[in-house]
Design a protein around this ligand. Structure first.
Ligand code: GLA
Length: 357
């Protein structure tokens, strides 16, 4: 792997990093002004920066071994560079003047395409790195908001604010309860005697333009309009959506029941109850929101049948990616081995992502 010095012929002036996240409960609720409950994962994205001397931005990704050279006035590039370019552009718009061109070197351990927010980690690390390089007065919430805009405007994913808020503010040893309408948040302990296990299903997910993600969001907005509310967050009784035409009825039932599950979980329920809420969340994502895939359903079913597992569900945007489970403390290795073996016998290849190996 080429380091900053090898690529740019100088030492970096500053660096910043940001983690991926795993969402424990509250899926597809953030763009409905609802509630989410993510935690950071140990894997992080790190950016190192310095000023560029040749009048162009230079971005290098160690993972892709790819270098992009671009001027601030160019049209947005493709791939990893689009996120960085988007962050720079949006930052310039928000501070009202252009920034000097930068050399930026990225390394990342956050798995890509697993629903663990590799793109948010890149956006947040980039923005925090730029904040440090230029000494900008920007708080961690503003970082998250700019990162979300970069995702929407430069990656074409009409996402909510959860991933960037989690990457900017969450820690690995607690849960971040976030009200995505007010951005009020609380740091909460994991349920007692439980820990997190994240397994990749091996099905790569991609949410960008053309995926079902933006379509789901549009369906939710249409449902809110028909129900006469600002967002589905304003509905608390699942009965209230029963009159909607399909698929809006199912989609909103997921959102309303999912918000209620998060609100119950943050009351401080036992690991057993938390697990039941996760299982119900999976069924709702699979049957009502229709964002699961057969491989993920198989993996979740295996997890749910394994002794020591309190509950398991698809996590992240869906259409593939990883599953998160809440498991008994001290049993994670034994459970991982057993689950991976059974998953493999079903003909699929999974891998453990958290705890990090
Ligand atoms: C993606 C989006 C988030 C959120 C989740 C689903 O990760 O970026 O804003 O909507 O999907 O909960």
């Amino acid at each position: 792997m080429m380091d900053f010095q090898q690529i740019f012929g100088a030492s970096p002036e500053t660096e910043a990093s940001a983690p991926g996240r795993v969402n424990l409960l509250g899926e597809h609720t953030d763009y409905n002004d609802g509630f989410v409950l993510p935690t950071a994962i140990p894997q992080r994205t790190t950016v190192q920066l310095g000023l560029s001397k040749d009048g162009q931005h230079q971005f290098y990704s160690a993972e892709f071994d790819e270098q992009v050279s671009i001027s601030g006035e160019d049209t947005a590039p493709e791939g990893f560079a689009s996120y960085i370019f988007g962050c720079i552009r949006l930052l310039e718009e928000s501070i009202g003047h252009s920034l000097q061109p930068v050399n930026l070197h990225v390394t990342s351990k956050v798995p890509i395409g697993s629903g663990l927010s590799s793109s948010a980690a890149l956006e947040v690390a980039t923005l925090k790195g730029l904040r440090s390089l230029f000494g900008l007065a920007l708080d961690d919430v503003q970082v998250a908001q700019l990162g979300q805009q970069a995702e929407i405007q430069y990656a074409g994913l009409n996402c909510g604010i959860m991933d960037q808020m989690a990457s900017s503010l969450a820690g690995t040893d607690s849960m971040l309860f976030l009200d995505t309408r007010t951005l009020e948040r609380r740091v909460l302990a994991f349920p007692a005697d439980a820990e997190i296990l994240v397994i990749d299903s091996g099905v790569h997910h991609s949410l960008a333009a053309g995926s079902g993600y933006n379509q789901r969001r549009a369906e939710c907005e249409e449902a809110a309009r028909l129900l006469g509310v600002k967002a589905l967050r304003d509905i608390t009784d699942p009965q209230a959506v029963e009159s909607l035409p399909e698929p809006l009825r199912k989609r909103s039932r997921h959102v309303v029941t999912e918000d209620n599950r998060v609100l119950e979980a943050v009351e401080g329920v036992s690991a057993k109850r938390f697990g039941e809420l996760m299982n119900a969340s999976h069924a709702s994502q699979r049957d009502d929101y229709e964002v699961s895939v057969p491989e993920v359903d198989t993996l979740v079913a295996i997890l749910q049948e394994t002794p020591g597992v309190f509950g398991a569900r698809l996590t992240g945007g869906g259409f593939g990616g990883a599953c998160v489970a809440l498991v008994e403390v001290g049993k994670v290795e034994e459970i991982s081995r057993e689950v991976l073996e059974r998953y493999m016998r079903s003909g699929y290849a999974g891998r453990i992502l958290v705890p990090e190996v």
